[in-house]
Design a protein around this ligand. Structure first.
Ligand code: XUL
Ligand code: CO
Length: 440
C-alpha cells in the first residue's frame, strides 16, 4: 500500500539546487576517500521518531499530519506503518531503519500476547525485505515507557521486573536474528536512580552486569552475531543514569569483564547532556576501539534537555565525520537519525525535508572532513605538537626506558625546551574553510 503518494524519489541535484526535496551534498554513489558516500554514512531512519512522534509535548496534543493518524485499531495501524517505513526509506535512499519492539506493535496483557503481536508485524517486515533492499541496522527493547519499569529494569529492586526484561530482550534478540539486524542496542532509560536514600547501587550495577552477560550468552546460543552497543546518556529520564557517558560506561564494562562484547552507540544530544561535545564522545570511543554506531541528531545550547533535533550544523558534522573516517567507518553500525521534526513542522513533507537536511548535513560534513584529512594540515600540526616524544628523552618515556631517577638526572640542571602556541583559532578556521570550499 502506497502511503506517501505526493512524494517522489528524492534525487541528488547538487549545491545549486533550490528544491527542498533534493540532495545538495549527498550523492550515494560518489566516492570519497576510496568509499561511496553511502558506505561512509550508512544512514538509518528511527521508527519511533519518524513514524511514532506525533508532536505531543508536555503542554499540548499532537500536531503531526500523518496518513495513519485516523486508524484506530492498533494492529491495523501497525501494519500500515510497516508499509510506510519501507516506502519512506526507499524514497529517500536510506538503507537502514532501527526500532524498539514497542514501536512496531502494541502490547498485550502478558508478555506472551505482546510477543504474538510483535511476531505478526515482524513477519510483515520480513516479507518486505524479500523485495526491498532496506535493512535493519539495529533493534532494541523499549524498557522505559511502561509503568512496570518505574524502579528500573535490570537495576530494578523488583526481581520480577528483571525477569520480565530478560524475557523481553530474549525475544528481541530472536527478532533481531530473524530480521538480520546488524547490531543490538541497550539504552538504559530507567537504569539509574533518583535518590541514594532508597538505593542499593552496588546490587543494582551487579545486576545490570548479570543481565548483559545473559544477553551475550543468549546471542551466542541462538547464533545472533550482531554487534552489542550501549548508548550512554547522562540523565533524563533518571536524574542519575548509570551509563552516564562513554568513559563511565567503559569503566563499567571493564569492571565486569563485558568489554570484549560491547561497543558504544554515541548520540550527539546525549554527549552534550553529559557536558561533552559530540566530537569528544566519538573521539573517546574511537581511541578505545569502541566507536560502534551513532545516533545523529543535535541538541540546543539554550535547552538543557534531550530535544532530538534533526542535525543541521555542518561544523559539528564535519568534526564528527573526521572521527568516523579515522575509525575506518562505522560498519556494522551507521548514522541513525534519532531525530524528529519540530512540533510546528507538522506537514507530511516536513518529514522528508527533515531527513534531506540531516543527510545533507552529514554528507557535507563527510566532504569537508575528507578535505581536512587529505590536506593533512591538522594531522601534521598535531604530530608536530607532540614531536618531543619522537626522539630523545620523550622517546625514552614512551618506550618505557625512563623512570623518575633518569628523568630527574636529565632535567635537574637543564632549562626545559620552550613550549609553542596551540594555534586553536587558526585550526578552527581551517575547519570553516574546508566546509566553505565544499559548498559550491
Ligand atoms: C533516548 C534515546 C533512545 C535510544 C534507543 O534518549 O536516544 O531513543 O536511542 O532506545
Ligand atoms: Co538514541
Amino acid at each position: 500500500m502506497m502511503i506517501f503518494d505526493d512524494i517522489t524519489v528524492i534525487g541528488y541535484e547538487g549545491p545549486g539546487s533550490t528544491n527542498p526535496l533534493a540532495f545538495k551534498y549527498y550523492k550515494a554513489d560518489e566516492v570519497v576517500l576510496g568509499r561511496t558516500m553511502a558506505d561512509w554514512t550508512r544512514f538509518a531512519a528511527a521508527y519511533w521518531h519518524t513514524l511514532g512522534a506525533d508532536g505531543t509535548d508536555m503542554f499540548g496534543w499532537g500536531t503531526m499530519q500523518r496518513p495513519w493518524t485516523t486508524i484506530s485499531d492498533p494492529m491495523e495501524k501497525a501494519k500500515v506503518k510497516v508499509d510506510a517505513i519501507f516506502e519512506f526509506c526507499e524514497k529517500l535512499g536510506i538503507p537502514f531503519f532501527c526500532f524498539h519492539d514497542r514501536d512496531i506493535a502494541p502490547e498485550g496483557d502478558t508478555l506472551r500476547e505482546t510477543n504474538r503481536n510483535l511476531d505478526v508485524i515482524v513477519g510483515l517486515i520480513e516479507d518486505h525485505m524479500k523485495t526491498s533492499r532496506v535493512r535493519l541496522l539495529w533493534g532494541t527493547a523499549n524498557m522505559f515507557s511502561n509503568p512496570r519499569f518505574v524502579h528500573g529494569v535490570a537495576s530494578s529492586c523488583n526481581a520480577d521486573i528483571f525477569a520480565f526484561a530478560a524475557g523481553q530482550v530474549k525475544h528481541m534478540l530472536e527478532v533481531s536474528k530473524r530480521l538480520g539486524g546488524q547490531n543490538y542496542v541497550f539504552w538504559g532509560g530507567r537504569e539509574g536512580y533518583e535518590t541514594l536514600l532508597n538505593t542499593n547501587n552496588g546490587l543494582e550495577q551487579d545486576n545490570m552486569a548479570r543481565f548483559f552477560h545473559m544477553a551475550v550468552d543468549y546471542a551466542d546460543k541462538i547464533g545472533f552475531t550482531g554487534q552489542f552497543l550501549i548508548e550512554p546518556k547522562a540523565f533524563e529520564p533518571s536524574k542519575h543514569q548509570y551509563d552516564f557517558d562513554a568513559a563511565n560506561a567503559l569503566a563499567f564494562l571493564r569492571g565486569y569483564d563485558l568489554d570484549p562484547f560491547f561497543k558504544f552507540n554515541i548520540e550527539a544530544n546525549h554527549a552534550t547532556l553529559a557536558g561533552h561535545t559530540f566530537q569528544h564522545e566519538l573521539r573517546y570511543c574511537r581511541i578505545n576501539g569502541k566507536l560502534g554506531s551513532v545516533d545523529a541528531n543535535q541538541g540546543d545550547p539554550l535547552l538543557g534537555w534531550d530535544i532530538d533535533q534533526m542535525p543541521t550544523d555542518a561544523y559539528t558534522s564535519t568534526l564528527a565525520m573526521m572521527e568516523v573516517i579515522k575509525n575506518g567507518g562505522l560498519q556494522p553500525g551507521g548514522l541513525n537519525f534519532d531525530a524528529k521534526v519540530r512540533r510546528a513542522s507538522f506537514e507530511l513533507d516536513d518529514l522528508f525535508m527533515g531527513h534531506v537536511a540531516g543527510m545533507d548535513t552529514f554528507a557535507l560534513g563527510l566532504r569537508a572532513a575528507a578535505r581536512l584529512i587529505e590536506s593533512g594540515e591538522l594531522d601534521r600540526f598535531v604530530e608536530q605538537r607532540y614531536a618531543s616524544y619522537a626522539t630523545g628523552i620523550g622517546k625514552e618515556i614512551v618506550d618505557g626506558r625512563a623512570d623518575f631517577a633518569s628523568l630527574e638526572a636529565y632535567i635537574l640542571d637543564k632549562q626545559p625546551a620552550p613550549s609553542h602556541s596551540g594555534r586553536q583559532e587558526y585550526l578552527e578556521t581551517l575547519v570553516t574553510q574546508a566546509i566553505v570550499n565544499c559548498l559550491h
